[in-house]
Design a protein around this ligand. Sequence first.
Ligand SMILES: [Zn+2]
Length: 372
Amino acid sequence: MESNIKLGKLFGIEIGVNYSWFIIFFLITFSLWGQFSIEHEHWPAALPFVMAIVTSFLFFASLLAHELSHSLLALAKGLPVHSITLFVFGGVSRIGKEAMNAATEFWVGIIGPISSAVIAGLFYVVAALVGDPQSPVGAMAGWLALINLMLALFNLIPGYPLDGGRVLRAILWGATGSIQKATRIASLVGEGFAYLFIIGGIILAFRYNNLIGGLWLAFIGWFLRDAARSSQQAMIFERALKGVSVRQVMSSDVPNVPGHIPLTEFFEEYLMQTGRRCFIVMRDDRLTGLITAHEIKAVPRDQWAVTSIQQVMKPFETMKTVGPDTELLRVLEIMQREDLNQLPVVSDERLEGLVRREDVLRFINTRAEFDY
Ligand SMILES: [Zn+2]
């Protein structure tokens, strides 16, 4: 989940919002505006709208507090936390590492629903102190208490990657001693709940004519199914690549080409003759850049004769590089983030080789096949 709008840093954690979050913000504001207008006819004309916006922002703050509780506990347990992103179905904390033991995983998971329950309690106290549920603050606090309680309960559903799923995973992990087995079961339960949501959503939409509510539930189910699958995959990746360095998978025999030749020659003599997709561009024995099939494809064919490799290559200075001892997991992260298929491996300003996405994936597949 990408942060499209960065709000700033809290406790060293990047806080951001994905564009999809605006959907939920407008939906909530709009439905609260309607609800307040109908239930509180005596309020002055603009008040339902103003209170709807204020309530939406406080809901946003509640979600953020929920995510912060996960992140701060993770930080306290020594796990690095990169960012928190709010999006259409809630929030995600990007924690850089798996918990080192089941107890940590348990607490990092359970703290979320606990925080939401505490926030619900605080709003309930506010509502009780105000006394009058017809007053603007009373109505607002009442709604926020209810929604945070629902948030706590929803997150307790024991399907990974929901908080309850993390708790289930931690318990299974503690009981079986195997994080893989625990993740596999918790993810399967998560997928099961995801399908229940989808089916429930369809029934709600067509049997009970609640199209919006049904669609919403089905979408949440769809998202959870994807999240359950990809978090299991992330675990397999992390496990397969743990402690593995670039040196183990890089290829050191990367063919090179002179930079001054035209693309026609490069295509005929190198690309088509070797079947390799990536070449080092040299000038006077010095590495100047990389050229791949991707770059040549971007140039119209009738320009190939008058375009040299140098003109279209990726210059070395602008490239991200890694060292031979860089962890492979980190390399995969860089590749995914920067949308790259290969990275030059450099040590002491000398090119040692190339690490390619396919090499990394092959490595993961082989290890995963044997559950190594
Ligand atoms: Zn949570």
